[in-house]
Design a protein around this ligand. Sequence first.
Ligand SMILES: [Ca+2]
Ligand SMILES: [Ca+2]
Length: 190
Amino acid sequence: MKKLLSALFVLALCSSMAAANVPYSSNCVVSPCDALNGAVVCPDQPTVLTQTVVNMTIRNQANNPIPGAAVNLTFLNSTNLCICNTMIFNGTTDNSGKLTMTLRAGGCLNGVDQALVIRANATLVRNFKNVKSPDWDGVAGNCVVNLSDIVRFAPQSDLCFDFDNSGVVDLGDVVIFAAGYNPAHFCTKM
Ligand SMILES: [Ca+2]
Ligand SMILES: [Ca+2]
């Protein structure tokens, strides 16, 4: 009986340890993507665009941070995107369960399931349906923000430039586009 109890105790301990390392999506924070209802991506030269810097906090069901969680980002395999060769898809949370990753890419996915998926310890944390960039040439991004992108942006009617997914291209979006256009952002395609 004693043996059985101790075996059960070990089992319970193991399962609670496992749960401690399993992310609970609604307790996790992904900023600024959560507020934007999607991700802003941009070629990373000569500077990293502020909105492409993603700060994550990975927490479990008990709302405790998960240190050392293996985080993975997956963009939908789409010709609409232009991924920079500097893009890093994997990271590990620090002792506070925090991790910062930068989204180095161009192109657009507007309302597409699994446009950007974030997993931690192989558990789904986020499924963003919007990935948008100042680099958008109409069919794809080409990893350069230049005249062809601003020509497309100017009418403010293409929702690929609706970076906060508010339904309209307005002032907040102009500010983000302008930051990507001047200085002109670029990178080498992966
Ligand atoms: Ca472009
Ligand atoms: Ca908007």
